[in-house]
Design a protein around this ligand. Structure first.
Ligand SMILES: C[S@@+](CC[C@H](N)C(=O)[O-])C[C@H]1O[C@@H](n2cnc3c(N)ncnc32)[C@H](O)[C@@H]1O
Length: 209
């Protein structure tokens, strides 16, 4: 096991769902951006969606409730995915659960939507960011959408005790390269379960080719 997965498996083994700073009851901005991508693609419920570093997030529950049928969740922590599966119950069998590191994973297929909330920002080494983008490029269909949420430039410098690289839409656009065009960006002041606030940015890009 890598140091990374040991850290995250430990977090999910010792903390309850609402005991982590990133917990959200309702992932409203993610859902709105995925719906916008679906409408742009014209494929709606058949959209292939992957949540990168999805952890135990409730986004997958909301997508299942919204009728989306082709959903994958990738995370390097098996414990995180087990927690989500347990919560969801029977419907979890329709989701593709992938235990992998987003910087070394070999995608076996392509997706219409790549969503990442608060995983990319842990990649503080430019080589890891380049490896992530290489995976993203092989997994996102031409015309597909990439939604990346990170701590904003005025957000915290650490998350889960680890240093983060904060971003805005311009720094993300530079990481993704010119094939990805910024479609929308939104700010969010996230309230942690204990009432403190964290500045996030959400950016959505469309792949040109
Ligand atoms: C702050 S949590 C966010 C979880 C979820 N996206 C959410 O919004 O609730 C970061 C997640 O990214 C995962 N993660 C961190 N680095 C990763 C990597 N290199 N590859 C895959 N997952 C990673 C962690 O295991 C953790 O579940």
């Amino acid at each position: 096991m890598s140091d990374r997965s040991t850290h995250w498996d430990q977090v999910y083994a010792t903390k309850g769902e609402a005991e982590v700073s990133w917990y959200q009851d309702s992932p409203a901005i993610s859902l709105a951006m995925i719906r916008a991508a679906a409408s742009d693609r014209g494929s709606d419920r058949d959209l292939a969606i992957i949540d990168i570093g999805g952890g135990a997030s409730r986004l997958v529950d909301a997508l299942l409730q919204g009728g989306y049928r082709d959903i994958a969740v990738l995370d390097l922590s098996a414990n995180a995915l087990e927690a989500a599966k347990k919560r969801i119950g029977q419907a979890a069998s329709t989701v593709d659960w992938i235990v992998a590191d987003a910087t070394t994973w070999r995608p076996a297929r392509t997706y219409d939507v790549w969503h990442d909330r608060a995983a990319f920002h842990f990649l503080t080494d430019p080589r890891d960011r380049a490896a992530y983008v290489e995976r993203l490029r092989s997994a996102v269909k031409p015309g597909g959408h990439v939604i990346i949420a990170t701590f904003a430039p005025d957000g915290p410098e650490k998350c889960s005790g680890l240093p983060v690289q904060r971003h805005d839409s311009a720094s993300l656009a530079a990481e993704l390269g010119r094939d990805f065009v910024l479609v929308e960006t939104r700010s969010e002041t996230h309230q942690t379960p204990w009432g403190s606030t964290q500045a996030f940015q959400f950016s959505r890009f469309r792949r040109q080719k």
